[in-house]
Design a protein around this ligand. Structure first.
Ligand SMILES: Cc1cc2nc3c(=O)[nH]c(=O)nc-3n(C[C@H](O)[C@H](O)[C@H](O)COP(=O)(O)O)c2cc1C
Length: 198
């Protein structure tokens, strides 16, 4: 795609880094500007025709979607692409529900959403996040005690190891969408794209 650094901007919020990694890959490929949304000067939004926004999914919702909601006045005049980075695969049926729950219908019908798979490392979580994860952890522990088999023990071990599903190849459909927007306006608004081949 043509180099046009003022036209496309990638904004992101991250807690553990995987959303930043995807944002960086997308910005590099599309020659877009890249900003951490928590330090972004919102008056700069006026400069861009295409705005990408990336957020991790925590507890079934896009964690920092309030940026899009609060700035919908100006964002509604642009092409907006939202990517949600989560621990489940992009083709998991829960993805669609996650975008529905996170976004009011009015916004959902005018943005294009992409799910991406991030990373999870229990040992790196903040104390609060470890507490929030105590449900799945206790369920796994009970399984180990009750089933007493190798499979349950392996599942438990996986939960505590570094799980990194981030993949640069997964950004291809997003890059293709940005290219299509630059060429002919892009896909219909309100699209939820899942790519089981990711
Ligand atoms: C407290 C907590 C809650 C999470 N909730 C979900 C969830 O509901 N669904 C999901 O698919 N992934 C969930 N995850 C996994 C994150 O979406 C995943 O680790 C993501 O890559 C984090 O993005 P970040 O590295 O940019 O912060 C959760 C992770 C944490 C720590």
């Amino acid at each position: 795609m043509d180099q046009n650094p003022k036209k496309v901007v990638v904004l992101y919020w991250t807690k553990y880094g995987s959303t930043r990694r995807y944002a960086q890959w997308i910005a590099d490929r599309t020659h877009a500007d890249l900003f951490d949304v928590s330090t972004f000067d919102k008056s700069l939004l006026a400069e861009y025709a295409v705005v990408l926004f990336g957020s991790p999914v925590f507890l079934g919702r896009l964690r920092y979607i309030r940026f899009v909601k609060r700035n919908w006045g100006i964002l509604s005049t642009k092409r907006v692409i939202i990517f949600g980075v989560s621990g489940i695969p992009p083709d998991d049926p829960r993805q669609e529900k996650m975008f529905q729950t996170s976004l009011p219908d009015e916004i959902r019908s005018k943005v294009t959403c992409f799910p991406l798979r991030g990373a999870f490392h229990y040992g790196e979580l903040s104390l609060l996040d470890k507490m929030l994860m105590s449900g799945p952890r206790i369920r796994l522990q009970i399984e180990v005690w009750t089933k007493r088999n190798q499979e349950a023990r392996e599942r438990m071990a996986r939960f505590f190891s570094l799980l990194d599903w981030t993949s640069e190849a997964a950004i291809e459909p997003i890059v293709a969408t940005i290219d299509r927007i630059s060429e002919n306006g892009g896909p219909a608004l309100g699209t939820h794209e899942t790519h089981s081949s990711w």
